[in-house]
Design a protein around this ligand. Structure first.
Ligand SMILES: Nc1nc2c(ncn2[C@@H]2O[C@H](COP(=O)(O)OP(=O)(O)OP(=O)(O)O)[C@@H](O)[C@H]2O)c(=O)[nH]1
Ligand SMILES: [Mg+2]
Length: 390
C-alpha cells in the first residue's frame, strides 16, 4: 500500500485561540514516540512530509526557558495558526521502507475557527468522524478568580457547543463519532506533590463539566442512538512548571500567567527537569483505538449478510470480556484484524499494545460511550493471546 491508497481517518482539532492546539500536536508526537521507544514496539507513527520536521521544531521551541530557576512568565513562542494545517500521521512497522497500514489525518485549525467557521472548514468537519477539542485548563480553573473578561476568554464553550452540534447534525449514521477533549496545562492540579489538594483532579473535571455543560447536554440530547463517545484527557503539557498566578489585568490584553518550577514527584519515565509533558500521547492512543475498531465494525457490517449470527454474538461477547466461545467468530475477527495490518501480526500486536495504554480512570474520564469503548479495548485482546478460543 502506498501513501495514496492507505485508509485515512480525518480528525479535526478545534478550540479557542491560543489554548494550545498546535502545542498538543507537537507534544503528542514527542510523547508517542517516547512511549513507543520505551516499550520497544516495532511501530512507527510519524507525520508525512514536512509535518514531522515542523512539529519537532515546535517541540524544541516549547523547551526554551526551562533551565531558569526563577519564576517565569508564559512563553508565547509558538506562532498562531492562521489557516488550517494538515498533519498526516502514517502508522507503519518500524524499519526502512515499510508501507503505511493506515493514516490519521489531523487538521490543526486557527483558534478563530471556533467563532468564525468558513465553508471549507465546515466541510472538513462533516468528513471528520473524530475531533479533538482543546481546552486551556488555566483559564478553566482560574479564569473566574482573576475575573478575565468574557471577550478575552480563550475557551469559548458556547462556540464549542455550536460546532459540536453542527458536527453531529452533519455526520450521518451508522458509524460512531469520537470527541476527545484535551485539557492542556493540567500539572498544577494533577502532578503529585506535597500540599496538593487531593480533590483537585476532580475539581478540574467538574470545572470542565460545568463550563461546557451546554455542549455536553446538547450531545446527550442529539445522540439518541448512543453512537458518540466523549473522552476527557488531562494533559500535563507544561512539563515541570506549575501555575502561580496571572499578572494583574490590563485593559484589552489577556493576562500573562506566571509559572514556577514544580517541586514534586515525577512519574517513572518523566525527566525531572525541563520540558517534559506527560500524557500528551493519550489523545492519540484513544483515537487510534477508536479508529481501529471503526474499521473492524465496518467490515463486520459488510460481512453481516453472509456471516452468521455468530459475529454479532462475538461483539456482544466482547462486552462480557472474553466469554467468546465461537471459533468461527474468533477466526473472523482475527483475519479481519490481520487484514487491516496487511497480514503482519507483529505490527498488529505492536499497535494493539500501544492502544492498550489508553487511560480511562481518574483524572481521565469517559463521559459517554463507555460501553462502546470498553468493548473496543476487549477486541484488541484477541491479538495479545490473552484469549484462547475453545
Ligand atoms: N510550554 C508550553 N507552552 C504552551 C503550552 N500550551 C500553550 N503554550 C504556549 O501558548 C501559546 C499558544 O499555544 P498554541 O499551541 O500556539 O495555541 P493554539 O491553540 O494552536 O493557538 P492558535 O493557533 O493561535 O489558535 C504558545 O506560544 C505556546 O508556547 C504548554 O502546554 N506548554
Ligand atoms: Mg495553533
Amino acid at each position: 500500500m502506498d501513501n495514496e491508497n492507505v485508509q485515512t481517518h480525518e480528525i479535526l482539532m478545534f478550540g479557542g485561540p491560543r489554548v494550545g492546539k498546535t502545542t498538543l500536536l507537537a507534544s503528542m508526537l514527542q510523547d508517542s514516540i517516547r512511549a513507543i521507544v520505551d516499550d520497544s514496539l516495532a511501530l512507527q507513527m510519524t507525520p508525512r512530509g514536512k509535518g514531522e520536521a515542523h512539529l519537532n521544531e515546535i517541540a524544541s521551541s516549547l523547551s526554551v526557558g526551562y533551565e531558569n530557576d526563577n519564576e517565569m512568565t508564559n512563553f508565547e513562542n509558538v506562532e498562531s495558526t492562521n489557516f488550517p494545517v494538515d498533519y498526516i500521521f502514517d502508522v507503519r512497522r518500524a524499519g526502512p521502507k515499510q508501507p503505511p497500514v493506515l493514516a490519521l489525518h489531523f487538521t490543526d485549525t486557527p483558534g478563530e475557527f471556533t467563532s468564525n467557521m468558513d465553508d471549507d472548514l465546515k466541510k472538513k468537519f462533516s468528513t471528520s468522524r473524530a475531533a479533538i477539542l482543546v481546552v486551556d485548563a488555566l483559564e478553566l480553573m482560574e479564569g473566574s478568580n482573576y475575573k478575565i473578561p468574557a471577550n478575552l476568554r480563550r475557551n469559548e464553550p458556547r462556540n464549542a457547543r455550536n460546532l459540536v452540534l453542527a458536527w453531529l447534525n452533519e455526520a450521518g449514521p451508522p458509524s460512531s463519532l469520537m470527541l476527545c477533549v484535551a485539557l492542556m496545562k493540567c500539572e498544577t492540579w494533577i502532578r503529585k506533590r506535597s500540599g496538593l489538594d487531593p480533590e483537585s483532579a476532580t475539581k478540574l473535571l467538574d470545572a470542565f463539566k460545568h463550563q461546557y455543560r451546554e455542549m455536553l447536554s446538547a450531545v446527550s440530547s442529539l445522540d439518541t442512538t448512543n453512537r458518540v463517545a466523549v473522552v476527557i484527557c488531562p494533559v500535563q503539557s507544561v512539563g515541570n512548571l506549575e501555575f502561580v498566578k496571572f499578572e494583574p489585568l490590563q485593559q484589552h490584553v489577556y493576562p500573562t500567567p506566571i509559572f514556577r518550577k514544580i517541586v514534586g514527584e515525577a512519574t517513572n519515565k518523566q525527566p525531572k527537569k525541563g520540558f517534559a509533558p506527560v500524557d500528551a500521547d493519550q489523545p492519540l492512543r484513544h483515537l487510534l483505538s477508536w479508529v481501529l475498531i471503526e474499521q473492524l465494525e465496518a467490515r463486520r457490517l459488510q460481512n453481516e449478510s453472509y456471516q452468521s449470527v455468530a459475529i454479532r454474538k462475538t461483539l456482544k461477547a466482547c462486552d462480557w470480556l472474553f466469554e467468546l466461545k465461537t471459533a468461527e467468530a474468533y477466526n473472523f475477527l482475527r483475519s479481519t484484524i490481520l487484514d487491516i495490518f496487511g497480514q503482519d501480526s507483529d505490527l498488529a500486536r505492536a499497535v494493539s499494545s500501544f492502544v492498550h495504554g489508553v487511560k480511562r480512570d481518574s483524572p481521565f474520564a469517559v463521559l459517554r460511550g463507555n460501553d462502546l469503548i470498553s468493548r473496543r479495548s476487549a477486541v484488541w485482546d484477541f491479538l495479545n493471546a490473552k484469549f484462547v478460543p475453545k
